[in-house]
Design a protein around this ligand. Structure first.
Ligand code: ZN
Length: 256
């Protein structure tokens, strides 16, 4: 069984003390590949340098909504930088980028920066890794404006069956993470149980999003099999079958 963590901030400093040991444990439990998203322009250099250390780690280039506040590049400069880094052979996606209602940055500013990412993804013919928090209608409207030949993924999906279906209809996979391990996330657990298995990819979002029972601890890609097990339970399917399909979906999404 080989699993791919489709969204993991393995370059973050939380992993600096023991990154090699964590990666060894990942491989021992069957997590064989990691997709590491971009979060800010100043982070891309170190992210892509880290990828030189392992052929099974892949990168993406983007500005996370939480980092939009610190962005000094103009929209035109950002576009050029996204295109430049996006052409790199280890860059498999644009993102993460998106819209978040929980931050102070005005929606219009977030939308302007997201629009640059979507245009770059279309031009690069890369999939896009999207972060969305309580702005589903706004995001869906923007996705309709762009023709994204490779679609993308709604990372850390949480929401209703209707919203899940909207994204899937528009060519977007749903990133399934630790949220489903919390009984209180009843709505998301229901929509994930009902979504087509072909639409789901697994992710840890480590070091964030600790699983139920590990609140307050550093999350890690080595716990991905626990998310898989919960997904299989929710769908009442054999773990192995869900694992194979999730890996296939991730390979198709990112052309791995
Ligand atoms: Zn993330």
């Amino acid at each position: 069984m080989e699993l791919i963590d489709s969204h993991c901030h393995f370059d973050f400093e939380q992993f600096s003390p023991d990154r090699a040991a964590v990666w060894k444990r990942c491989q021992e439990v069957g997590v064989g590949k990691l997709v590491i998203p971009g979060v800010s322009v100043s982070q891309w250099q170190s992210l892509f340098a880290l990828l030189q250390g392992c052929p099974d780690w892949y990168g993406a280039v983007g500005v996370h909504p939480w980092w939009v506040r610190d962005l000094d590049a103009s929209e035109e400069e950002l576009k050029q930088q996204l295109l430049q880094w996006g052409h790199g052979e280890r860059c498999i996606a644009v993102g993460e980028c998106g819209l978040d209602r929980a931050i102070d940055t005005p929606l219009e500013r977030q939308q302007a920066v997201l629009r640059v990412h979507l245009a770059a993804a279309a031009e690069l013919q890369l999939p896009v890794i999207l972060h969305v928090h309580r702005y589903h209608a706004e995001l869906l409207a923007m996705l309709k404006e762009f023709h994204l030949p490779r679609g993308g993924v709604i990372h850390a999906f949480s929401g209703s069956e209707e919203i899940a279906r909207e994204y899937w209809k528009q060519g977007f996979y749903l990133g399934i993470g630790g949220t489903i391990t919390y009984p209180r996330a009843a709505k998301t657990r229901r929509s994930v149980a009902a979504a087509p298995l072909e639409s789901l990819v697994l992710e840890s979002d480590a070091p964030d999003m600790p699983l139920n029972g590990r609140q307050g601890e550093r999350n890690s890609p080595e716990y991905l099999p626990e998310i898989l097990a919960e997904l299989a339970r929710l769908r009442e399917m054999p773990v192995e079958e869900v694992a194979v399909q999730a890996r296939r979906n991730t390979e198709r999404l990112f052309a791995l």
